[in-house]
Design a protein around this ligand. Structure first.
Ligand code: DGJ
Length: 729
């Protein structure tokens, strides 16, 4: 609930377990007074400290009050150049060349429902309240509207910012952060989720040191290297205890997330799109994308659960909110570019009797795309591979009892393509400067409407030619040579953001035209795994790394913010195609069930024994899909800590059932005995495990633990299905 206390000039955002508060002070400065465990106070400004400190400037209205300094006070949206030397929230270049921004309160409004952001992803749905606070720079007339959405039930607070030029001349925005969050304490850790291609979102936790630290992406996409999600937490916070603040950006372009521990042991966190250089003409508005905040007073698990529920219930849109995702087989690792209709139908024919529901035709079906050097941009079916096009292929796939899915990479073009030969200027790149290739391809200028329209029309023809139930939208390089034919010199700095808006626009149009088609995002695996994409694509291919053992780390890191129902995960061949590791089929299935389950291998080459394992896996996945996708996800162990196994659990919300998955590492002789303490059960209930006779108390399983079976051989796995027995049993 949002409370505006007119008398005290405070705004309190209460959720079930947390309180967020700001206060307008006597000079109109919007102070941030608190964000933490819920407290019942309408004015927490007593927590704010004032002190006369050297080299801390005082605003002119403060007169002789030397203890009043913006450099010390916790602020809701920090200024630049006027006395606060910590991280700024917004930076501008004004018509007179000055870069000064002071922000004072002018008004506020509370209303039912959630604000929306035109052209940008945003949380939505029932149960929201919105607070809009307007600040103004008195000298330039720039207006900053701070938007807050409060979803009380899951302690979710969203923020977005609109900057409007109410002056008479154009100004240039150099920075507009989506959020600024001040903490009156410095003893915090920061967790970021970092890595690279095939190694995404490895958590990295570090105590904040004095000064600025952070992560970001200058690649034009949110990136494999750093995820736009960070956590600040108490030094001793763990899975089940300690204060944690998670912040995620709903944005798929470049970003920055920075934390500064300042001289007086306070911390400021800012997060927003970056780099930015945006010219704002008089009357125009720039919108910084939404950020989502969760404060968890009970550790990292509680934080993740809240993000998971919020994403599932208030970000993913109909009809995929809560809908079981199909078990699919993708031909990429089965055939790479070397396929034709016969091979695909053989794959579908092998898959259908195993309980697989959808065939995805990956890269290579269009133009002259026989390798990754040509064809991108030519979205016309290659009839020498697929005679009669999708019109002929898809009904045959359907006759086998399978649905059909298609891979596309709309944002890209190869120089060896009809599209590029006709429109070389449609690719990003500055005249006279050789362009850098990535995977042998260039990036189309998606900021341009005519480029998007051409690609969309071509894709639409293909999509309309047959029943396509699923689309994989891929994107396989970072942006370089960021220059557009369509923008004047002084607006080239807008290109990266305009590009992202163009991608969002096309995705929205796809959703409108094909409301039932499931779209899976992908960028060489998880190079654009962010809440922004999830608004349009209810699932994202988590990583190009399909090795089950590497995936333990990748899926573990991903789980801090993103729910299982969004995490694309497949069983592939052994030895694995990325690292040559040999793992049992059972284990590969257990790991893939930590996401949207599927296969990515030539099923026609499986032995009868493997086929029977697959049949069992698809049946298990379907049986437990609700629990897997909607249950509470518990990280039972940390795969980055030396240990013999990695385990996680999906628990039903009422403690009636749970699915525990455990994967052993490389084996060793005479291993110690381990117990695995489960979570999220009802201590008062008794559970049957995998249908066995013996009953286990929930309290025993949670407090003493389940005796982990001793593995024989490398990378063995165990899956335990726990069902609470009725009291009369
Ligand atoms: C990268 C994706 O992550 C893969 O799954 C596959 O679709 C290839 N691109 C195809 O080029």
């Amino acid at each position: 609930m949002i409370v505006h206390d007119q008398e005290r000039q405070t705004f309190t955002l209460n959720t079930r377990r947390t309180t967020y508060q700001m206060k307008v002070d006597e000079y109109g400065v919007l102070l941030h007074t608190y964000y933490g465990r819920r407290v019942e106070s309408r004015d927490l400004s007593g927590l704010v400290r004032y002190a006369d400190r050297g080299f801390a400037p005082n605003p002119s209205e403060a007169g002789g009050r030397r203890e009043y300094s913006l450099d010390i006070l916790p602020q809701e949206y920090s200024t630049s150049g006027v006395g606060d030397f910590r991280l700024s929230s917004a930076e501008v270049e004004l018509p007179d060349g000055s870069c000064l921004l002071d922000l004072r309160f002018t008004g506020a409004q509370v209303r039912e429902g959630k604000y929306g952001l035109e052209g940008l992803p945003a949380f939505h749905g029932e149960g929201w309240e919105t607070l809009s606070v307007t600040l103004r720079d008195p000298s330039s007339g720039l207006e900053v509207e701070l938007l807050y959405g409060v979803w009380e039930e899951e302690d979710l607070i969203t923020r977005a910012v609109r900057v409007t030029n109410a002056g008479a001349a154009a100004v240039r925005l150099r920075r507009v952060m989506s959020l600024c969050l001040d903490f009156c304490r410095g003893d915090l850790d920061m967790i970021t989720f970092d890595g690279g291609h095939a190694r995404e979102r490895w958590p990295s936790r570090m105590p904040l040191r004095p000064g600025v630290q952070g992560v970001g992406s200058a690649r034009g996409v949110s990136s494999h290297q750093h995820n736009p999600f960070v956590v600040l937490c108490e030094r001793d916070a763990g899975e089940d205890h300690g204060m944690c603040w998670g912040a995620a950006l709903l944005y798929s372009g470049g970003f920055t997330a920075q934390a500064e521990r300042s001289q007086f042991e306070d911390v400021r966190l800012v997060m927003g799109p970056s780099p930015l250089c945006w010219t704002l003409a008089p009357g125009e508005t720039f919108t910084a994308p939404e950020a989502a905040l969760v404060c968890s007073p009970d550790g990292l698990t509680g934080m993740s659960h809240r993000f998971h529920r919020a994403v599932r219930r208030r970000l993913i849109r109909d009809p995929y909110e809560g809908r079981r995702r199909p078990v699919l087989v993708n031909n990429w690792e089965a055939t790479y570019f070397d396929f034709n209709a016969r091979k695909l139908l053989d794959l579908a024919g092998a898959a259908a009797p195993l309980g697989i529901e959808l065939l995805v035709m990956d890269d290579g079906w269009f133009g002259q795309r026989n390798d990754d050097l040509r064809g991108l941009g030519d979205w016309v079916v290659n009839e020498s591979k697929l005679p009669g096009g999708l019109e002929a292929l898809v009904p045959q796939v359907k006759a086998l009892g399978m649905r059909f899915g298609l891979w596309v990479e709309p944002e890209m073009v190869n120089e060896d393509s009809d599209l590029f030969r006709a429109h070389p200027d449609w690719a990003l790149g500055a005249p006279g400067r050789p362009r850098a290739r990535g995977r042998g391809q260039l990036v189309l200028d998606f900021s341009r409407q005519e480029v998007r329209a051409h690609i969309y029309d071509a894709l639409k023809k293909v999509l309309d030619s047959a029943e396509v139930s699923y689309l994989k939208w891929d994107m396989n390089r970072s942006l370089t040579d960021v220059w557009s034919m369509a923008l004047p010199a002084d607006r080239q700095g807008e290109l990266c953001h305009r590009y992202v808006l163009g991608v969002y626009e096309m995705l929205e149009q796809l959703r409108r035209d094909y409301p039932d088609m499931l779209i899976e995002g992908c960028s060489g695996g998880g190079g654009r795994f962010d809440l922004g994409m999830l608004y349009y694509t209810p699932q994202i291919w988590c990583s190009d790394n399909t090795d089950a053992i590497d995936r333990l780390k990748i899926q573990y890191g991903t789980s801090f913010c993103y729910p299982v129902s969004c995490v694309g995960s497949h069983v592939s061949v052994s030895p694995n195609e990325q690292n040559g590791r040999v793992t049992p089929m059972e284990t590969r299935g257990v790991v893939a069930m930590g996401g949207t389950f599927g296969y990515e291998m030539d099923l026609g080459r499986c032995t009868e024994e493997e086929r029977s394992v697959i049949r069992r896996q698809t049946a298990d996945y379907k049986r437990h899909s609700r629990l897997i996708q909607e249950g509470d996800y518990y990280r039972l162990t940390d795969p980055f800590q030396a240990g013999d196994f990695t385990a996680w659990e999906h628990a039903g919300p009422d403690g009636r059932e749970a699915l525990v998955s455990l994967v052993n590492g490389a084996t060793r002789a005479a291993p110690p005995f381990f117990s695995l303490r489960l979570k999220g059960l009802d201590p008062a209930r008794r559970y049957r495990i995998n249908g066995g006779e013996q009953l286990w108390g929930g309290d025993v399983l949670m407090y003493a633990g389940y005796p982990v079976p001793t593995p024989w051989g490398d990378y063995q796995s165990t899956q335990l299905y726990l069902e609470a027995v009725e009291e009369s049993e």
